[in-house]
Design a protein around this ligand. Structure first.
Ligand SMILES: [Zn+2]
Length: 492
């Protein structure tokens, strides 16, 4: 443990029943921006992600494909790890819910909740959507089907299960929310979960009969049951920190004001169920739950049958020909073109349009224009200060947009930043240093020094969003050289 202040951030763990979704790419990119911003502020950051690998849906999919469940989950875990590399996600810890240390943590979480009197056994009947891995009440079904999974049959469960006493946490949760007014971000999601809790809570089942579904963490002290997938998966946010060992990395949870990113379909699980489990086991709660909207395409939910699914790997592939940094293109699209909290709509066409406007004709072209003038006229960025030494530390997040970061409004932050790039373009058009150079060389050089200075300054701010692009621009300015090829070439 270093003497820097700890900070903890995690994504949800994607359930490994399909290829990585663009929505997960957005979630982990946003968490990465916050992790990079905190590191730049001097925090010691623990950044967690991983894969959720138990449950009936995975068991059924593997069986249907005729492979062992372990082989099935190993394949997906590898794909998700590959995605984090492909998106240039910084310095992550990757927990799999099939990792031995996670299984042990889930067992310990169960024991503590049990010992504290929050787990009991009863016979019950329920309707269950395997697609959601959630119980459904009749009011949540449409024509007897889950509205999110209309092609799946609702399963009827009639068995003896262990239950978690969620009903006892209505008051503790509401009290906790009242004393943490920015616990769930944004506000409209916080209000949603508050009214859900106010309506009253029902205990939920946290086990499955092993004879029916064996792919889960064994329930301690009862060989006939395995844990319900959510109970085990939620523990991953601390199993990654080697909990129940509370002496080492667990300090990131205790002292690191834990931030959890998730999609809006995870509101209840992250901000209520998981918080109740933490309370039941006597552990500190999370600090912020940040809820993303969904990404739709062309006005519709993405689906294979409509054919509007945008796969993150495909987008990376699409831009390989025009830039060395396709990951920065996708990072830009998901940060700049999707609102921070509301649903966003992107299509392949809108991705291309945004690429052309902001990257090819935007910062790519701007860098080229400024460096062309700088190298031709012999101007250095230090000329802005009369050739003096420049303390570049002052460029590190001058705080103009720190409110945006603190409120997780990254869409606003990146739009502000690209506004400053656009302003540099306007400056060139207005001052026309390329014409001025023949009339008033000294004034033209001042203009170029001004442009270099602000390009360099903005590159620092850009680094949390588009890390490779930012470093590329900075190198051009520092070394006073033209890009050898366009940073973002025009699309064919
Ligand atoms: Zn469902």
């Amino acid at each position: 443990m270093s003497d820097k202040k700890p900070f903890y951030i995690t994504t949800t763990l994607p359930y490994v029943n399909s290829d990585p979704h663009i929505g997960f790419a957005m979630e982990i990119i946003r968490a990465d921006v916050i992790a990079r911003w905190k590191r730049a502020q001097g925090y010691d950051v623990f950044f967690n992600t991983g894969t959720d690998e138990h449950g009936a849906k995975i068991y059924q999919n593997a069986t249907a494909q005729g492979v062992s469940v372990q082989t099935y989950v190993d394949g997906y875990a590898a794909t998700f790890k590959e995605l984090t590399k492909a998106l240039n996600i910084s310095d992550i810890h990757f927990i799999r819910t099939t990792d031995e240390k996670h299984v042990q943590a889930a067992v310990e979480m169960w024991k503590r909740c049990y010992d504290n009197g929050f787990i009991y056994k009863k016979t019950y009947q329920t309707k269950y959507c395997v697609g959601c891995e959630l119980n459904k009440t009749d009011s949540e079904l449409e024509n007897g089907k889950c509205p999110i999974h209309p092609n799946r049959e609702i399963e009827l469960i009639d068995e003896e299960n262990y239950f978690f006493k969620f009903s006892e946490f209505q008051k503790p949760l509401l009290d906790f929310y009242a004393s943490h007014s920015d616990f769930v971000i944004p506000d409209f999601r916080f209000n949603e979960i508050k009214s859900f809790i106010e309506r009253g809570l029902e205990d939920f089942s946290i086990s499955r009969l092993k004879s029916k579904m064996s792919w889960g963490v064994p329930v301690p002290g009862d060989d006939d049951h395995v844990m319900y997938v959510w109970f085990d998966a939620l523990t991953s946010y601390i199993s990654t920190l080697d909990w129940p060992d509370e002496a080492g990395s667990f300090n990131y949870w205790k002292e690191g004001a834990p931030v959890q990113y998730c999609g809006k379909d995870n509101l209840r699980q992250q901000s209520a169920m998981w918080q109740a489990m933490l309370m039941a086991s006597g552990l500190p709660n999370s600090r912020h739950i940040v809820i993303n909207g969904f990404i739709i395409s062309g006005g519709q939910k993405m689906s294979k049958s409509i054919g509007n699914v945008i796969n993150p790997f495909d987008v990376l592939e699409m831009f390989k020909e025009v830039t060395d940094y396709p990951e920065d293109v996708l990072r830009f699209i998901l940060l700049h073109e999707v609102p921070s909290f509301e649903d966003g709509d992107i299509t392949i066409d809108s991705i291309k349009t945004a690429y052309t406007a902001y990257l090819a004709n935007g910062i790519g072209n701007l860098t080229n224009r400024i460096m062309k003038m700088a190298t031709t006229y012999g101007v250095l960025y230090t000329d802005y200060l009369g050739g003096g030494e420049l303390d570049e530390k002052q460029y590190n997040y001058p705080g103009v947009w720190s409110k945006d970061y603190e409120s997780f409004n990254l869409n606003s932050a990146i739009k502000n930043l690209f506004g400053t790039f656009a302003a540099l373009d306007v400056y060139i058009q207005r001052e026309e240093p390329f014409k001025k150079i023949k009339l008033d060389e000294s004034e033209a050089k001042k203009d170029v020094a001004y442009l270099l200075h602000h390009l360099l300054q903005s590159s620092y701010e850009l680094e949390v969003f588009l890390p490779k692009t930012a470093i590329f621009i900075r190198n051009c300015v520092h070394e006073n050289k033209m890009p050898e090829k366009p940073l973002f070439a025009r699309l064919p």
